[in-house]
Design a protein around this ligand. Structure first.
Ligand code: NI
Length: 199
């Protein structure tokens, strides 16, 4: 695509009950069995994978017009509720390949956490309920966590040239904290002993 290409306007529509984006240019699904290595309790993961390994645990609908700098990608993320042992379901998480590209996530259904980690080690966990717009600033690694009993639906938008580095979390032994059940129906943060600093 050359810089002179005219990109047509569009108005895709998100079903707020299901999260489906009508008019999406891409849709992908993650099944539980695709998420090996994400969770602390590997025995609990293996046991769960035997029963619901083929179930879709999250899916993403996106509308992408281009990868041109200054353009936007937007869409919806739909996450099932659940946990592996005490640890709530998470998305794989990433940093943007062009790390200074930021992102927003607007929660429209459910109860979640936007878990963020700066490469210098700082951690931020923002509670997400309908109406909340979580802002992921430049450079921050980010992942969504469903801490409720309902489906978590968020609408996201980020810079079209951002890209995703899904390996950065794996290279540091996971994110610095994990989001686990607090035993009272809520969540708490748990320090990940396997975490190593990024630099
Ligand atoms: Ni992102």
């Amino acid at each position: 695509m050359t810089i002179s290409t005219v990109i047509p306007p569009a108005a895709p529509s998100i079903d707020l009950a299901t999260g489906r984006l009508v008019g999406a240019t891409r849709h992908y699904e993650k099944r539980l069995k695709d998420l090996t290595g994400l969770y602390e309790d590997e025995a609990a993961f293996d046991a769960l994978a035997v029963t619901i390994g083929d179930e879709v645990v999250y899916e993403v609908w996106e509308y992408r017009a281009s990868e041109r700098p200054g353009d936007l990608v937007f869409g919806s993320s739909v996450m099932k509720p659940g946990s592996v042992g005490q640890e709530f379901f998470v998305t794989r998480g990433h940093q943007h390949l062009i790390a200074d590209r930021s992102e927003i996530y607007h929660c429209v259904r459910g109860s979640g956490v936007m878990l963020m980690e700066h490469p210098d080690g700082e951690v931020k966990a923002l509670a997400m309920t309908p109406g909340v717009i979580a802002y992921v600033p430049p450079d921050w690694i980010h992942r969504s966590v469903n801490v409720g009993r309902d489906t978590l639906i968020t609408i996201f938008s980020y810079a079209a040239d951002a890209g995703q580095d899904y390996g950065i979390i794996e290279r540091s032994g996971g994110m610095r904290v994990r989001v686990v059940q607090d035993g009272r129906g809520g969540f708490r943060l748990f320090d990940n002993p396997a975490w190593k600093p990024h630099r």
